[in-house]
Ligand binder design. Structure first.
Ligand SMILES: [Zn+2]
Length: 264
């Protein structure tokens, strides 16, 4: 029995306001661009929260990291326009900086209480072998902040409580939801490539092929597991090659003292 069914929570594509918290300026596109573009068709209000400034995300050497920060800000806004992002919020922590999870929680609680989303999305910090501290810290802090945003007595200095029913993690090793993004897969690739400082280089042919193969694999695995992935949603549009994005979607209640969440 899935607690999300018991609570009658809407499926991922039915939410009307979502906040996507990303460690770096391009993570939301890599993890969820296709799904977000579909959500825009469904008139969902989409907020991007970008935690770090991405100053170290380059293979080229920039004389001044501030120059790269500025370039990446423009790339992020252009990519967001392709997906229909409603608003951007920057936390401006240093990429790879020595901030802690605790430093992130109050600012995120504040944002969640201001925007009042019905879903939060972020990177899965429990992905085995994830070594980048920004991904681990941001994923953990987002989950914690989503949980505390509804608390009546915590963080009273940053707004009134707002309960967020569910959270979705991309970049997950334990997916329970597959979204068929076939109609928007090329838009996803375009949105990713908009981050030219990261992808407009000699590696792009290989990387783009990897993204394509991964999306096809995620679609096929999702379809094969329809029985165990009850939230899989597909569309019929006559396209032959099909692509998916996968997520771990949990009720907020599953983020605390809920051993079966890994199987949810
Ligand atoms: Zn990242």
């Amino acid at each position: 029995m899935n607690i999300r069914h018991v609570l009658q929570l809407p499926n991922l594509l039915e939410v009307k306001s979502i906040i996507c918290v990303q460690p770096h300026p391009d993570d939301n596109e890599v993890g969820a661009a296709g799904t977000l573009r579909i959500l825009k068709d469904h008139h969902c209000d989409i907020t991007f929260v970008t935690v770090t400034d991405g100053r170290h995300g380059t293979s080229a050497v920039f004389q001044n990291p501030e120059e790269l920060v500025s370039i990446r800000r423009k790339e992020r806004i252009r990519a967001g326009e392709l997906l229909g992002v409603t608003r951007h919020i920057e936390c401006n922590f240093a990429d790879g900086g020595n901030y802690t999870e605790q430093d992130l929680i109050a600012p995120l609680v504040h944002i969640f209480r201001e925007i009042k989303p019905d879903m939060v999305m972020t990177i899965d910090p429990w992905m085995p072998y994830e070594a980048h501290p920004d991904h681990v810290k941001v994923g953990h802090a987002t989950a914690t902040a989503a949980m505390f945003a509804g608390n009546l007595t915590m963080f009273q200095e940053v707004g009134h409580p707002h309960s967020i029913p569910q959270i979705a993690f991309y970049g997950t090793s334990y997916p329970n939801t597959m979204i068929d993004i076939t109609p928007y897969f090329e838009t996803k690739m375009q949105a990713i490539y908009t981050h030219e400082s990261q992808f407009a280089n000699e590696d792009w042919p290989l990387i783009s092929q990897f993204f394509r193969m991964q999306a096809a694999e995620q679609y096929n695995k999702g379809i094969q597991s329809m029985e165990t992935l009850p939230h899989a949603q597909t569309v019929q549009d006559g396209l032959v090659d099909r692509y998916g994005e996968v997520f771990k979607v949990l009720a907020l209640r599953e983020l605390h003292f809920f051993p079966n969440a890994i199987n949810s």
